[in-house]
Design a protein around this ligand. Structure first.
Ligand SMILES: [Zn+2]
Length: 245
């Protein structure tokens, strides 16, 4: 089990297209929100921002965040109660262990798609400039910061740092301009690789360092550490990902 990252939420959006333009004929679930408000409403748009899935109605939207153990089922049920269950004439959509929030207005009021790693509106220059304001931050924390790389998660973090030979505990201040340019570019590219591999059910096969035992480049044991302020399990090679100070 691992936390869904941005590319997985794009796949969720694709899989739920059959409900776009459809009316919610019934709603239930144990989310502590005014769910009955959704009944009778028509889905006008399905969107994603980073790890958020947004089910949009005329004047409000549902923000779904799958967190660590969240999941969803289309036209199927699990054996325990859903947080949110939406019934349509053509099927049902169920979310389990997810954070569900009803938000008034439109997502554009809240979200900046220029920092969303999977968005058409992604703005690499903007993200690159944000990095220049974060000198005292470890790069492993930056890669999990949803205000910098929305959609990036622990797998993306580990794999990208390995690809660009950077130690996860490097402070941004010690990275060169070309390291930082490279970081922004490789995160974006890796997110699309992740998406393609995940759709082909072959994501794990492409993990180079995440959950690996041996560095594929140096053939030495991989280091594992709970790194940074984000305290997530981090895999790296102490030989080819040298810590610069
Ligand atoms: Zn190595």
């Amino acid at each position: 089990m691992y936390m869904p990252e941005g590319p997985s939420i794009i796949i969720l959006k694709e899989e739920t297209q059959l409900f776009l333009g459809k009316k919610v004929i019934n709603v239930s679930g144990n989310a502590k929100q005014d769910l009955q408000r959704i009944k009778g409403q028509v889905i006008v748009e399905l969107k994603t921002w980073g790890k958020h899935f947004l089910i949009c109605f005329k004047d409000f939207y549902i923000r779904v965040h799958l967190l660590l153990f969240g999941s969803y089922c289309i036209n199927e049920k699990r054996e325990f109660n859903p947080r949110l269950s939406l019934q349509f004439k053509n099927g049902e959509l169920n979310f389990y262990n997810a954070s569900i929030k009803i938000v008034d207005g439109i997502p554009e009021d809240t979200y900046d798609w220029e920092i969303d790693t999977m968005s058409d509106k992604w703005n690499s220059n903007k993200v690159r400039k944000i990095l220049d304001t974060m000198n005292e931050t470890m790069v492993c924390d930056v890669l999990l910061d949803q205000n910098v790389f929305a959609g990036s998660g622990n797998i993306i973090k580990n794999e990208v740092l390995f690809k660009i030979y950077i130690h996860p505990e490097s402070m941004l201040s010690v990275l060169s301009n070309s390291d930082k340019n490279n970081l922004v570019q490789v995160v974006r590219e890796y997110c699309f690789d992740f998406y393609r591999w995940k759709k082909a059910y072959e994501l794990r096969k492409h993990w180079l360092i995440y959950r690996a035992r041996i560095c594929p480049r140096c053939k030495i044991p991989v280091s594992i550490k709970v790194a940074g302020k984000t305290k997530r399990k981090t895999y790296f090679c102490s030989s080819c990902q040298l810590l610069k100070r």
